[in-house]
Design a protein around this ligand. Structure first.
Ligand SMILES: O=C(O)C(=O)C[C@@H](O)[C@H](O)[C@H](O)COP(=O)(O)O
Length: 361
């Protein structure tokens, strides 16, 4: 079992990572919340069917109330958020109650936002079940979506702990493995070339990665994220670097329709675009062709979906939370491991989208 300590201005908390990590959950709850009055688990239909029994046996002495939401981004709507709040009120949760967000990135985002806003904030614990959630479960970004964009309604609200049990990852379908691994690749490119090169040399398929290897890789990603979040919890500066690939990635995800392309599959194309833009603006020297070939070999799409309107993508990017005054700001790389937030003109974006979409896979 590994653990990483996340130290932010508002809270320091542990991330427990490893096979069987939830084995320590009930002890942690009893020690950290001795006066706990009630417990609500927010989970989705898929996790409920596959993994809830494992959690319930851990919580056997606690009368946990289970609130089930749709899987994926369909959970991050106003209606589902409202249903969770109503469930909490009907089950008499109070300020000494606790919420467990048990599922993938979307459940963690929704569950954390419910915890952040119910009675102006009650404690919650993240129990991620996907590779993507090694990123989203750490750092306190919680939110739901608005039709105008992803995560447009949210808060910075840190969990009291993260229990990352790698036994849950084995049953993930290939597209969910791709979705999560894109964030690992993101962490490597904003951090250092050695991590990127070691991933590229080690990983030739996302299926059957030995659990020790996966644990090491995900722990490294969490450590990279933890250091940035510790320095800039509420994204007034360097935390924006964790958004590498997301400016176009979120626009693709929204334009395709949430759930069509997973978050990470969209971010993967966003990363390639940001690398191309970095080469254009900063003369980045990096083998983008080799990178795209590696991504293709792992099953990623590496080109912009041809049906997407570039003007619509641009309008979405103007709405991005990093943009200011309708000026789009991208995280670019001056070199691998050296990210910078850079304002890109509409003209350059449309020109680069045009040339990007002419590239074939
Ligand atoms: O934690 C952060 O900060 C990130 O930007 C990491 C992203 O992967 C994040 O989890 C998510 O996609 C939210 O991005 P945002 O654009 O809604 O802030």
């Amino acid at each position: 079992m590994k653990s990483v300590s996340i130290q932010t201005d508002t809270r320091t908390y542990p991330v427990f990572i490893g096979s069987g990590a939830i084995g320590g959950l009930s002890t942690f709850i009893k020690e950290a919340f001795p006066a706990m009055t009630n417990l609500m688990v927010i989970t989705d239909e898929t996790v409920r069917d596959f993994h809830l029994p494992a959690l319930e046996s851990e919580l056997e002495s606690i009368d946990a109330k289970i609130c089930t939401v749709p899987s994926g981004e369909k959970a991050k709507t106003f209606d589902v958020y409202y249903q969770c709040l109503t469930f909490a009120l009907e089950h008499k949760l109070d300020r000494k109650s606790l919420i467990l967000a048990f599922g993938g990135g979307a459940v963690g985002d929704l569950g954390g936002f419910v915890a952040a806003t119910y009675m102006r904030g009650i404690p919650f614990i993240q129990i991620p079940t996907t590779i993507l959630a090694h990123d989203s479960a750490v750092g306190g970004k919680v939110a739901i979506n608005h039709p105008s964009g992803k995560n447009m309604v949210g808060a910075f609200y840190q969990p009291s702990a993260v229990f990352y049990d790698l036994d849950f990852l084995g049953s993930l379908p290939p597209k969910e493995k791709r979705s999560g691994f894109a964030e690992v690749i993101k962490h490597s490119l904003i951090h250092d070339m050695n991590f990127y090169l070691s991933l590229k040399e080690q990983i030739h398929s996302l299926e059957n990665i030995p659990s020790e290897e996966l644990s090491t890789i995900l722990t490294k990603g969490i450590e990279i994220k933890g250091a940035i979040v510790g320095e800039d919890e509420k994204e007034s500066g360097v935390r924006a670097f964790l958004n590498f690939g997301h400016t176009l990635g979120h626009a693709i995800e929204a334009e395709k329709g949430y759930g069509e392309w997973t978050h990470g599959e969209s971010v993967a194309v966003g990363i390639i675009f940001a690398l191309e833009l970095s080469r254009k603006v900063f003369g980045l020297t990096f083998e983008i062709g080799e990178f795209k070939n590696w991504l293709s070999s792992l099953g990623y799409q590496v080109t912009l979906p041809q049906e997407l309107s570039h003007q619509s993508l641009l309008e979405r990017m103007k709405q991005d939370k990093k943009s200011e005054g309708q000026k789009v700001r991208f995280v670019l790389l001056q070199e691998i491991g050296k990210p910078v937030l850079y304002q890109v003109s509409d003209e350059l974006l449309l020109k680069e989208l045009e040339s990007f979409s002419k590239q074939q896979g």
